[in-house]
Design a protein around this ligand. Sequence first.
Ligand code: ATP
Length: 295
Amino acid sequence: MGFEKEALQFQLTNSIEVSALQFSYDDQPPLFSNFNLHISPGSRCLLIGANGSGKTTLLRILAGKHMVGGRDVVRVIGHSAFHDTQLVCSGELAYLGGSWSKTVGSAGEIPLQGDFSAEHMIFGVEGVDPERREKLIDLLDIDLQWRMHKVSDGQRRRVQICMGLLHPFQVLLLDEVTVDLDVVARMDLLDFFKEECEGRGATIVYATHIFDGLESWATHVAYIQDGELRRSEKLADVNEMKSAKNLYSVVESWLRSETKTMTKKAFNPASHVRRVPTVNDASPFRSSRHMAYYR
Ligand SMILES: Nc1ncnc2c1ncn2[C@@H]1O[C@H](COP(=O)(O)OP(=O)(O)OP(=O)(O)O)[C@@H](O)[C@H]1O
């Protein structure tokens, strides 16, 4: 199936459209109920939310990894993310997730075991423009002789990222993949993403807890709380940004006000949504949304 990319590009108002999404994991209450999201072409959208708010799940749904309702619920560049498998096969929709064992863009599932070189991995991806491949190898400062089972986490991550970007994506979903990268690699990669959006009209959704350098990088923010979209707007329109030091402090204030709201709800006898905290909740081993700040 040919996608007639350029014709589509002109017609599309949104490269990502989520309409009335419902989703729950087995035997759990719904994580998303009537969730809507629209992201326009060329956007670099930060997906923000506390730990467990649903960012990874949403990105995986956008990546077509979960079937959710009919063909019109999740549309990516005009196609059903789940049903139109060509989206992923062609590399137009790429997903870079948090772990090496996950699907790497259009390259499929990457096995972890075995003594493979970086060269073997990277050159194993077919149908790639050699110039783009060289550019990425250079950008990510990859030594093709690296043995994948002997390199550091950050070096392994560079190879993973390189493979995921080999095909020129139209939509790229990033689930905190820059976490192991050093500052230079991270900034160079962010610059590359910016070029891809500005030059080719590509769209990026980036879930992260690290906000350094993102004020001037991101064009939009989408903030979710417990599976609900709280804000979705241009970064330039975020009011709090006008008086805040940086994006980090704005996000910190959003997440802190979540905690306050939750505490109020927990102590409100009329509320059946939140349970009242117990003594055990003071345990240092209990998961906390503020772990987000330390990642
Ligand atoms: N495979 C799964 N089965 C059941 N529940 C899951 C599964 N994956 C995630 N969840 C639950 O869904 C909710 C959202 O998880 P998700 O991983 O999407 O959050 P997140 O915003 O990406 O969090 P983080 O910032 O910690 O990465 C959490 O309550 C989590 O426990």
